[in-house]
Design a protein around this ligand. Structure first.
Ligand SMILES: NC(=O)c1ccc[n+]([C@@H]2O[C@H](COP(=O)([O-])OP(=O)(O)OC[C@H]3O[C@@H](n4cnc5c(N)ncnc54)[C@H](O)[C@@H]3O)[C@@H](O)[C@H]2O)c1
Length: 461
């Protein structure tokens, strides 16, 4: 087996060799640093606040580039899982964790006091939505308040959590100034949205460009310097607000296009056409088209959440956003349409939902990860269970899920029971999943490659 891809930079022992002497040190680094990867960050201590799906790979990327990394998370449970390697990572990141975890240059703590000794701080805490699909900034506000409270002269603070436009100034720059730490004078502050795509081996973070917008040129350059070693290149913009909006634009674009793909897929089915060959044909156009596929809805921590940070902000006094609003409503309703269509397929063959055995194949929100946050599968399972169906699921990445307070465990060999399923709903197809056995199942509702019938509309909510 190949050795883990440990970093090439010579690590320092413990704290940085020279304490930060203020912004000129950062300015000199940023101005004089050659582009490239490897040893760029040697000598810097970087604190990463929030070691989740984004923060952990970020911390590993910075460590691989030579930095001493202090990972700070409020969850002791999460830190134990990281230490044990019991986390969702790509193979290369997992190898880096095995390597980093055995050094003094990769430390994990729940103690926010560790922030004081960092040259740079990266904030990667969650920005979910509430039950009512409104922005929930509680974790972000708490984390930023902690960072501000422990901020030290000369520090670079980079916010990477997706949030509404103006967040960086509101939660960092202004409270820092109230403490006497003025951006561009005593501290450096920037926003750099994350683009990590968990489970995606084709677009690794180090091969993906980053956008950086600082509160001034020094902040932008210092943040670009810090992140350059962990990205293919850095695109600098004029201010944090441009970078904040760029992230929202990216994910609104995806949300609207996913909703559009679902709508046009339903139109195809109504017209007696399989949508996927139509999409593949359209995708041969070399310009002005990007293929999106239909699916069971949108899950994860980005697409179902991020657009609401824009909608929530504009709702107060902004322009109308009917296209984005309709897309988000359609995505939210999609799992209910899948559940109704499933019940309809069963009913067409005289099987009441209350007597049916239904298997959902794949419950992670997307392939290659164990993440079930906002996964449409959970709502599909819950809605069918509420009708009395005997619902099961199979997902090698997800050993158990809780659906409306009932714990379900993954069926390890669903094909062995192929004769018992009245219906299989294909939700997420992980790499290597064998679907050939579905030929022997009487009813299959493939949400990714639907063959018909059109999904049943839900009543307006
Ligand atoms: N998951 C993705 O695919 C993805 C991709 C790009 C951007 N983002 C954005 O990145 C941000 C983080 O998302 P994530 O998926 O990594 O979240 P996550 O829930 O996986 O991880 C967040 C971590 O932050 C910790 N945390 C919460 N409050 C904290 C605090 N006050 N101090 C220290 N730690 C704290 C939590 O314990 C958790 O371990 C979000 O804004 C998200 O929108 C996510």
């Amino acid at each position: 087996m190949a050795p883990p891809p440990c970093r090439t930079a010579a690590p320092l022992s413990g704290r940085t060799a020279a304490p930060p002497s203020g912004i000129p040190r950062w300015a000199a680094r940023a101005a004089g640093a050659p582009p490239g990867t490897g040893a760029d960050l040697a000598g810097l201590t970087v604190a990463v606040v929030g070691l989740g799906y984004v923060g952990l790979p970020t911390a590993l990327g910075l460590w691989s580039a030579g930095a001493t990394v202090v990972g700070i998370d409020i969850s002791d449970r999460r830190l134990r899982a990281v230490r044990a390697g019991d986390v969702d990572l790509l193979p290369a990141q997992r190898a880096a964790l095995a390597c980093a975890g055995s050094t003094d240059q990769f430390r994990l703590t729940t103690d926010a006091a560790a922030l004081r000794t960092a040259d740079a701080v990266i904030v990667c805490v969650p920005t979910p939505v509430t039950e009512d699909r409104l922005p929930d900034t509680a974790a972000l506000r708490a984390a930023c308040a902690t960072v501000v409270g422990h901020a030290a002269e000369g520090q670079l603070i980079v916010l990477t959590s997706t949030s509404h436009v103006g967040t960086t100034r509101e939660l960092l720059t202004e409270p820092l100034a109230a403490r006497g730490l003025v951006a561009e004078e005593n501290v450096l502050v920037a926003f750099a949205p994350e683009r990590i795509d968990p489970g995606n081996q084709r677009h690794m973070p180090e091969h993906t460009p980053r956008v950086v917008g600082g509160t001034g040129p020094l902040s932008t350059r210092a943040a670009a310097f810090l992140l350059r070693s962990t990205a293919s290149h850095v695109h600098q913009v004029a201010d944090p607000e441009t970078a904040e909006m760029a992230k929202l634009w990216e994910n609104v674009f995806r949300a609207v296009n996913i909703a559009l793909a679902n709508e046009l897929a339903d139109a195809c089915l109504h017209l007696g056409l399989a949508p996927v060959p139509v999409i593949e044909a359209a995708a041969t156009k070399p310009y002005g088209f990007m293929p999106f596929r239909p699916g069971p809805g949108a899950g994860g921590h980005c697409i179902p959440c991020d657009p609401h940070y824009l909608l929530g902000q504009l709702r107060r006094d902004g322009p109308a956003t009917p296209v984005v609003s309709a897309a988000m409503t359609a995505l939210h309703e999609r799992p209910a349409r899948i559940a109704r269509t499933a019940a309809g397929l069963l009913a067409a063959d005289g099987i009441p939902a209350g007597r049916a055995r239904v298997l959902v194949l794949g419950v992670a929100y997307k392939e290659g990860v164990a993440d079930v946050r906002e996964s449409p599968a959970l709502r599909i399972l819950g809605l069918l269970a509420a009708q009395g169906a005997d619902v099961r699921y199979s997902d090698p990445y997800v050993p158990s899920v809780t659906v409306d307070s009932t714990v379900l465990r993954s069926e390890p060999r669903p094909h062995d029971a192929h004769g018992e399923w009245d219906l299989v709903i294909v939700h997420t197809v992980h790499p290597g999943t064998d679907l050939t056995w579905l030929d022997t199942v009487p009813r299959v509702l493939d949400t990714r490659s639907p063959k018909g019938p059109p999904l049943t509309p839900v009543a307006a909510s």
